[in-house]
Design a protein. Structure first.
Length: 213
């Protein structure tokens, strides 16, 4: 019997959770191998064979190895049975990839590092929040939410009736952002995105991968 694929990373990581969501939705059993990039000495030396830049996640399926979230999730969608997570048409697939690119380039740092970390994580460590950084992050966040609202198609998910990698890519970023009062206030201005978020919260794959601080 073949061993399940292995996912290397930490349960608190946005990008590890994106991969976990894809695997969970596909119904793939996998092993999560803990790798903490914030450990005092960084990841163990052997991990460089899995990710040359010592980042997370990395992935192993038998003798096949991957790093970079987008490569892993697309492979998981195409290599395993389960509901397809990528549209078949070129325009819909291009829109999905545009949303993922938007999230990586603009939303991740603003929603997670500029707002969540500054408003929630740093005070828990006894550190002062950087209010100008939060304000700048919220400005970018508003632009990101407006763009997502414009791109969202009619239906329950970002691309309409089909749950795709775009939804799974966005969800972990919003999960941190919406732990802040500013994030909860901003999303209320975008009812379509707020409704999408409520549906995401109801997915068993989402609740099953939730990281509790």
């Amino acid at each position: 019997m073949k061993s399940p694929p292995r996912l290397f990373g930490a349960d608190y990581s946005v990008y590890v959770r994106i991969v976990r969501l894809a695997l969970e939705v596909k119904g793939v059993e996998y092993e999560l191998v803990p790798i903490d990039v914030f450990a005092p000495n960084g990841p163990p030396e052997w991990y460089l064979k899995h990710h040359p830049f010592s980042r997370i996640p990395a992935f192993e399926h038998g003798s096949f190895r991957l790093f970079e979230t987008g490569a892993i999730t697309r492979y998981a969608d195409e290599a395993f049975d389960g509901p397809p997570l990528q549209p078949s048409g070129p325009r819909m697939r291009a829109t999905m990839n545009q949303i993922i690119g938007l999230l990586d380039a603009y939303a991740y740092r603003a929603l997670v590092w500029d707002v969540y970390v500054e408003r929630v994580s740093k005070p828990k460590r006894g550190e002062a929040s950087d209010e100008p950084r939060i304000a700048g992050g919220l400005k970018i966040a508003a632009t990101c939410l407006a763009a997502l609202a414009d791109l969202k198609m009619p239906g329950p998910w970002l691309l309409g009736e089909q749950l795709t990698l775009a939804d799974l890519h966005a969800a972990p970023m919003f999960a941190y952002f919406l732990r802040t009062p500013e994030g909860r206030a901003v999303i209320d201005s975008y009812p379509a995105i707020a409704g999408w978020w409520q549906r995401i919260c109801g997915l068993p794959s989402f609740t099953g991968t939730e990281f509790g601080e």
